[in-house]
Design a protein around this ligand. Structure first.
Ligand code: F6R
Length: 364
């Protein structure tokens, strides 16, 4: 049932404040000001390295997890797409926590990677949406997302719920490794609790995004730029646009642009710049100006302060609420999803059932 929405994808985008809150509810202990995980049979403090394996959108959650776990827990993190991991003979061993991320829990390559890790004696955890799935049954520690059934082929609400659980895992690793005191954890609980309202505030800009969709729909190629955790978000924006609107799109780390992709820039290639306020804002904006100097037409996604400072020359802007950097990926995912959605609707493609794609890829 799509409710009042034309497509499941839109319904699922709009469900995010509720399902993220629902997911966080099973991890946050507001009274204790703690972030908890389900009971586990192993000791997180013995973990020395984290290996995250997933496909597609779920792999971008893994990339964001790398930034978070390295920063908070000071543990080295590897992130792999499952189809590469399986055949690469990765170095595994004691002290490794293997983490799979999957909406369906049935993706063939991710499941094979999980079995490969288990056979190598690695302790495993899974951030999984379908609790009855193969992966959910086989991981040592199930970290459920409570997104509910996701029908649209393009993943939306599963992504933000996976990010919420990845944040909870990062905090628990940080505490177990002695890198997080109680006061800092309390702060994180408060920021995570603010995320559903912030996602809601992001949804309020839907009309503005719909109004600019025709500009992107006319493009043949689109580039997405971001730095830090916004780099995986740039990849996610590009993936979402290609899969449902069939427009060629690429995501780049902002600083990589001048190492090649800047050659693509001209008036015909819109550039979507994801630049929340924070320590990397000025860096991303300076990359944006380099592109503008070569004629790029920019859509800048930032908060009010960021747009006031750097939005003046942009072709269009999308204003996000001012949020703590930890929850920014959950919030900035929304305009990226909405933009892909409205561009696809403008082009008249089959949003919920894009050509050549299946919801769950159970063959390799
Ligand atoms: C993109 C998308 C895919 C999936 C990928 C993994 O919108 O939906 O990239 O993220 O196929 O699927 P799961 O999470 O079920 O393992």
């Amino acid at each position: 049932d799509k409710g009042n929405h034309r497509h499941f994808m839109m319904k699922e985008i709009y469900e995010q404040p509720i399902v993220v809150a629902q997911t966080l509810r099973s991890y946050l202990r507001p009274l204790e000001q703690q972030v908890a995980l389900p009971q586990m049979e192993f000791d997180l403090s013995t973990i020395e390295r984290v290996v995250i394996v997933a496909c597609g959108t779920a792999s971008y959650v893994g990339m964001i997890g790398k930034y978070w776990i390295e920063q908070m827990a000071r543990l080295p993190v590897d992130v792999d797409v499952a189809s590469e991991f399986r055949y690469r003979d990765p170095v595994l061993g004691p002290g490794v926590l293997g983490v799979v991320v999957s909406q369906s829990g049935e993706t063939a390559d991710t499941l094979a990677a999980l079995r490969h890790m288990k056979a190598a004696g690695v302790t495993t955890a899974g951030i999984i949406n379908v609790p009855t799935s193969s992966m959910a049954r086989e991981v040592d520690l199930l970290l459920p997302t409570h997104a509910g059934p996701e029908i649209g082929v393009a993943s939306t609400k599963a992504f933000t719920c996976q990010l919420a659980v990845m944040a909870a895992l990062s905090v628990n690793l940080a505490r177990a490794k002695g890198k997080l005191d109680a006061a800092a954890e309390g702060e994180i609980v408060r920021h995570l609790e603010e995320s559903p309202a912030a996602i809601n505030a992001a949804l309020a800009h839907d009309g503005n995004i719909e109004a600019m969709a025709h500009i992107i729909a006319a493009a043949r190629d689109v580039l997405y730029l971001g730095r830090g955790v916004d780099f995986p978000l740039a990849l996610e924006g590009a993936l979402k646009l290609k899969e449902i609107s069939y427009i060629h799109a690429e995501g780049y780390a902002s600083g990589e642009m001048k190492h090649g992709p800047i050659a693509l820039i001209d008036e015909a290639v819109p550039l979507i710049v994801i630049a929340p306020g924070g320590p990397l804002f000025e860096k991303t904006v300076s990359n944006m100006h380099e592109a503008m100097a070569r004629g790029a037409k920019v859509v800048l996604i930032s908060d009010a302060a960021g747009l006031a400072e750097a939005g003046g020359d942009a072709m269009a802007t999308i204003e996000m609420p001012t949020v703590h950097p930890l929850i920014a990926p959950l919030v900035y995912a929304v305009p990226i999803q909405l933009l892909a959605y409205h561009v696809a609707v403008t082009k008249g493609t089959d949003v919920d059932q894009p050509r050549n794609l299946a919801k769950s890829v159970t063959v390799e």
